[in-house]
Design a binder for this molecule. Sequence first.
Ligand SMILES: [Fe+2]
Length: 425
Amino acid sequence: MMSLRPIHAAGALALGLLAAGCVSTPGAPADEPAFVVLGEQGRASARLLTRAAACPEIVLDGRATPMRVRVPYGAIPLRPGAPAALAQAPGGAVLACEADLPPGAASASVRGQPLPLPRREARRIVVIGDTGCRLKQPHFQDCEDPDAYPFAQVAAAAAAWKPDLVVHVGDYHYREDPCPAERPGCAGSPWGYGWDAWRADLFAPGAALLRAAPWVMTRGNHESCARAGQGYWRYLDPRPYVPGRDCDLPSRDRTGDHGDPYAVPLGGDAQLIVFDTANTSWRGLPPQDPRRAIYGDAWRRIDLLSRDARYNIGVAHHPLLALGANRDPQTGAVTLFGGDRGLLDAFGDHDPHYLPSGLSMLLSGHVHLWEQVSFSSPHPTQFVSGFSGTAEDTAPLPDAIPPGPARRPARWSSTSVPGSTVSAS
Ligand SMILES: [Fe+2]
């Protein structure tokens, strides 16, 4: 069932966190989605993904102007060196169009469809994450079963709540391998990294919510260059599309796997600071790994951005300060794990508390559960909203963090607790 939990945070800001839902889906023509993405300093970009030969006009406050071509019509190309099986994946071609929405615009529409406009103060914020249907060895969801794959219901329920803003904390694309013949629940699903799989994983089930409010599109590890990064840059990133930064060539992944942090004002002297963590590693980042310096630079940029507002909410796909659990299928023993080790390594170079002191909250996904952790120490509150479509993690978390070194966020990794002493979260 869906739970919307209003949280009074950052003064006037009210935040609703969405975990899961079950409401009927309205008819949603999602073949050619039109939506709005918020980026640096809240700049709004209208997007249309279409099979038409040319971009249509956008009507802004009654005046029609042409949309720009963001990415010419075509299929997403296969990356050199990609697994041979991907050549068999269904592709699909689309033209990506965009237009800047001027601040203060009172109305905008494309092909007669009204577009959601940013509010001066975002008071009703939906946070979702990890929304795709997992088709990847060895785990397969029944994408056609709304109980097994509920994203369309979650999106419809969140849209009915009439949010001012949607924050997606990343991992949109999950359909990486073909549905096995013995799984009728996902039979016929598109797969691979082309438009057809993107449409099935995000734009079709998310249609109602894409129409309801502008979105902040955080990048997840599923959108790294080696996975669905090509679609991320083409369809979702709020900034201009830059050939060479589009993950098409592995030789350019150093550029394509990282985007600079940016701030999205919320009104009321509050802002989101969104940062791209797609290329981190849960195994950690040793000092000689170039990503450690890249994420260190991101830390500095987050710190600078945080000085522009009184209340700062970090948004990153990977939690730094949360707790997850794995259960050994043989013994039933539950092992806890902590925040992303790579980010803790890189951010820990700059601050023993990991995140810049100006951040009071961090919104994340990645771990497929709903969680909120607060600290007596000066760490920000960590929220995890990571099962808005993909399967929920069912290994139980303890009611209380076990005593000992596990009480310190950086030392949560590899903490073992007996399965019999924990209860379902
Ligand atoms: Fe993830």
